[in-house]
Write a protein that binds this ligand. Structure first.
Ligand SMILES: [Zn+2]
Length: 317
């Protein structure tokens, strides 16, 4: 995953800044792939703090950052799942005046900025413009619209692009040794490394993912429903529904952003957003009725029929 990040323009810019001794006081890293963003930010922190020309991943500083225990590198929000409040920014500002302990630089990393309050952002402006010497602020941005223009104008903007399937496979093969599984995860990932890893590590089996893809690609008429639904049973029905829902979410995302690669792009030409939303709603219903031990065959038939109906209905619109 680090190798993928190293291939980006964003990485080259910041490592170039470091080599020239002109690291910016504040960078934003724009990346809609939330699952990967924190890992990229961590690499940026190492790049800033490590004494190597780039970063070594072995020195005390790099190791401490990897373990989230570097005393000069602080992540906000402090609590996982929380959001950055005014009090966090107050603390951050106070901390920028504290001398670093391990080395010469202090790094403050802001994540989850999609729901950061305007008041908290406003409070940060002065520090972004003129932080104390050797202080660097990294802002992870999943959704640029959530940032105030005044914040944006004070930081150096870097962006993580979507990756091609080939890049993802190459970049993740060390971390994800099961090649066939990786290929499928990448196909579903819409060019996003965090998504690919999520799929690779997700709880449904390859067989189930295959079955979902096969239904979405090959099932054309209601006469074929029973052929496909006969492959869904008590053992795999839950997995099937989860995987179907994830795939539909990716399709919706693809339509909204208008970019992406691989299998999702292909499916998106068949499944419109409206159809995908209706199918997700149907899957939610099916999950609820499973709870009341519904008949699995009937339930599978229903879901598959819904896929056909919604696809047809939205095609005509
Ligand atoms: Zn290092």
């Amino acid at each position: 995953m680090t190798e993928l990040f190293k291939s980006t323009v964003a990485y080259k810019i910041i490592s170039g800044d470091k080599k020239r001794g002109h690291l910016s006081h504040a960078y934003s890293l724009v990346c809609e792939d939330g699952a990967a963003l924190n890992r990229f930010l961590k690499v940026m922190a190492k790049l800033i703090v490590c004494n190597d020309e780039e970063f070594c991943d072995q020195c005390r500083s790099c190791r401490l950052i990897n373990k989230n225990t570097h005393s000069d590198v602080t992540f906000y929000p402090r609590e996982e799942g929380g959001r950055i409040a005014v009090a966090d920014v107050d603390e951050l500002i106070a901390q920028t005046y504290v001398k670093p302990i391990e080395g010469e630089k202090r790094v403050f990393v802001l994540t989850k900025t999609s729901n950061m309050l305007a008041a908290a952002q406003n409070k940060l402006l002065k520090t972004l413009e003129e932080p104390p010497k050797n202080v660097h602020i990294l802002i992870g941005v999943e959704n640029e619209n959530a940032l105030l223009p005044t914040v944006k104008s004070r930081v150096k903007r870097l962006e993580i692009p979507k990756f091609s399937d080939a890049q993802l496979i190459e970049g993740l093969k060390a971390e994800c040794p099961d090649y066939e599984k990786l290929k499928k995860a990448v196909a579903l990932s819409n060019g996003m490394v965090g998504k690919a890893l999520e799929y690779y590590n997700s709880e449904y089996s390859d067989e189930t993912a295959d079955l979902v893809l096969s239904v979405l690609k090959n099932m054309k008429t209601s006469r074929e429903v029973s052929t496909f639904s006969s492959k869904i049973d008590k053992g795999n029905v839950r997995e099937f529904l989860i995987c179907l829902k994830k795939t539909m979410s990716e399709i919706i995302r693809y339509h909204a952003r208008g970019e992406g690669e691989g299998f999702i792009a292909e499916l998106s030409s068949v499944y419109k957003s409206g159809a995908a939303i209706a199918i997700i709603e149907k899957v939610n219903q099916a999950e609820r009725s499973l709870f009341f031990s519904a008949n699995v065959t009937m339930l599978a038939d229903n879901v598959l029929l819904c896929i056909l109906e919604e696809t047809y209905r939205w095609k005509k619109l």
